[in-house]
Ligand binder design. Sequence first.
Ligand code: AFP
Length: 334
Amino acid sequence: MVPPSLTLDQFLCTHKPASSADAWSLRHLFASIGLAGKRLAQDLRRAGLLNILGTTGETNVQGEAVKKLDQIANDTFVESFQQSKVVCALGSEEMEKPLLMPEHWPNGPYVVLIDPLDGSSNTDVNMPLGSIFSIMTCRRKDQPPSGDDLVRKGTEQIAAGYLCYGPSTMLVLTIGQGVVGFTLEPETGDYLLSHKSIRIPTRGKVYAANEGNYLKWTSGMKQYIDRLKVRDKTAGRPYSGRYSGCMVADIHRLLLNGGVYLYPGEIDKPEGKLRLLYEANPLAMVVEQAGGAASTGTMRIMDVEAKMLHQRVPLIIGSVEDVQEAEACIQGRA
Ligand code: AFP
């Protein structure tokens, strides 16, 4: 008889985080992330029936039209973290300013950054979506959190991960001891351990990039993408293009099969589109913990100095050899 899979909570009871984080409060934090994910997955499954497609008519701090589901996702996570009482500061793609909860401090030591709904352009067309989270602890033990507690290097993360809303809902996470994946069992509402130790292959056969931006790219970036299309049996080329509009779904594919996702800087916009603190840093921690790499094209993502809550950064992420090759082209060394 197949032994039953561990639940998320059982896993966190039996696996100590690499950091000194308190296991009880970390379980509580992940339970609140899991709960928000379940509620969101339920809404997404019935979105077309609930009048929650389309936009709210507002524009967010990124200058993007806010989708109703963006707002619902943000509210769902905020509510879950407030109920958990273990989060004392929260930053979100959908909130211009951080949400400080000093009433939860010091017993609630966690500082969390989220992209509540990744891939918003997919909401109304029933395509994959995701939620991304980055977890740190309050820097100072002697004073309640401030906004600065959120704006820190990726190397200060103690845990990170994402929810992927695809044919099944998955929660993929790291607590600094490798990467694991849980699949949501809709019947019982449990997250069950389905991927015990995710290791990304050192090289892949797939690339994910919005080639509609090709003419805006630097010559090094163009050279790299052109190279992936040239037949070369030994290097397993040409690579296949797979770009879903949802970075979480694209990176989930790479984690399991290898390859590279690229949202590079552009000649007129060298910082690119993606946000450092709640998109690039958490996915970089997950991919590195799985044996992969994450770069700006010239430096490691998690070493990037954090200066602003909604700071943007170019992102090249995936299999080590693919990222190194992209860096070599971008830096004119290839
Ligand atoms: P949204 O969540 O604002 O749709 O952005 C999604 C995303 O951050 C990432 O998930 C996609 O890979 C990328 O941006 C899509 O951007 P383009 O539409 O410019 O290709």
